[in-house]
Design a protein. Structure first.
Length: 352
């Protein structure tokens, strides 16, 4: 009998201990590979041909509302199976096959919050766009606002990694998301990225803005492996906050744009830094997009306190901000819509 009790305790004690202390202590940084195998959960609309159709998010925690003919507003709130955390996600889906809309960049100087760009342009939807101008290329309506001037990010000494891809628009429905080549991976220098942008057709791409990382390139999930996941959490925490292996591996609010093969353009925001939504890493964001929307292309834009999405008739009754920008959060359990950060460039969806 004593031997049986000893065996039982030896088996049960580790199991009991594993259920204790499960919190992450408020740290945003996940362990080197907290998610497990790629796509651990099946698509809600599984299809062996990744390019056949757009996946429409359905099921628990998702809501959808028609904003206008050809524009759907999706929202997700709850526990996300990919990150294993509470998340709030906001998405505008624009059917580019509908000729009634156009997608443009707007440049504001002095910089403004996204809700002002939304209001002044009488937009149906608007989202923040740019990283700091010194790290990227910006062209709006054919006018170059920043020519990717810096080889490092500000005065940090970190090599500039923020222009490996670009969003383009012909200011109508001609949208592109282009992989230029990664400075981080040694594929392109900043000078070569700058040259690519300068050579991009003014006629076809009067609107052009660079960003990083490229999350999905022709269904290739580049965002899954943008960061070095062989590094320990301690080593990652020791990096400068602008270092790409910290900047994109830590969970933050995120903004992204995506394009499906069937001609749907997505504005995508995930909230973060609160108890109701912790945010995502670039890897988690990539997997979330693949699972729920199956885009052919997707590009991460500036996130953190910049992440803001406005939708006509939704969210805050004055600003129409639907998410909870985190710059001015005072209550992490009940965030509000007032934490917007001013930016230079915004995406706007306009009705003709």
């Amino acid at each position: 009998m004593i031997l049986k009790r000893i065996i039982f305790i030896a088996i049960a004690l580790p199991l009991l201990l594993s259920g204790c202390g499960g919190g992450d202590g408020g740290k945003e940084l996940p362990p080197p590979d907290p998610i497990g195998p790629v796509n651990p959960q099946p698509n809600p609309n599984p299809n062996p041909d990744p390019g056949s159709e757009t996946v429409t998010p359905l099921g628990k925690n998702w809501e959808a509302k028609k904003i206008d003919e050809g524009i759907i507003y999706h929202s997700f709130s709850g526990s996300d199976e990919i990150s294993g955390k509470m998340q709030q996600v906001f998405v505008v889906d624009v059917d580019l096959n509908n000729p009634n809309y156009k997608v443009q960049l707007v440049y504001t100087s002095p910089r403004e919050v996204t809700s002002e760009a939304f209001r002044k342009n009488n937009a149906i939807a608007a989202m923040n766009a740019n990283y700091e101008p010194g790290s990227i290329y910006i062209r709006v309506n054919g006018d170059v606002k920043s020519n990717l001037p810096n080889t490092t990010i500000g005065d940090t000494g970190v090599a500039n990694w923020k222009s490996e891809a670009a969003f383009s628009s012909n200011r109508e429905r001609g949208i592109g998301i282009h992989y230029i080549g990664s400075q981080k991976k040694g594929e392109k220098t900043v000078a070569e990225q700058r040259q690519w942008c300068s050579n991009a057709s003014l006629t076809e791409m009067p609107d052009l803005i660079t960003s990083a990382p490229m999350l999905i390139d022709n269904y290739n999930k580049l965002g899954e492996n943008f960061c070095d996941y062989t590094m320990s959490s301690a080593d990652v925490n020791s990096l400068n906050s602008e270092h790409p292996d910290r900047h994109q591996r830590v969970r933050h609010p995120r903004s992204a744009v995506a394009l499906t093969e069937s001609g749907h353009f997505l504005l995508f925001v995930v909230d973060g830094r609160s108890n109701v939504s912790v945010g995502m890493s670039a890897r988690e964001l990539t997997r979330f997009l693949v699972k729920w929307f199956n885009p052919q292309y997707a590009l991460n834009m500036d996130g953190g306190g910049s992440s803001t999405l406005c939708v006509k008739g939704e969210g805050d009754p004055t600003t129409h901000v639907v998410n909870y920008p985190c710059d001015n959060l005072t209550d992490k359990n009940h965030p509000d819509h007032d934490g917007q950060r001013s930016r230079d460039v915004h995406f706007v969806i306009l009705k003709k």
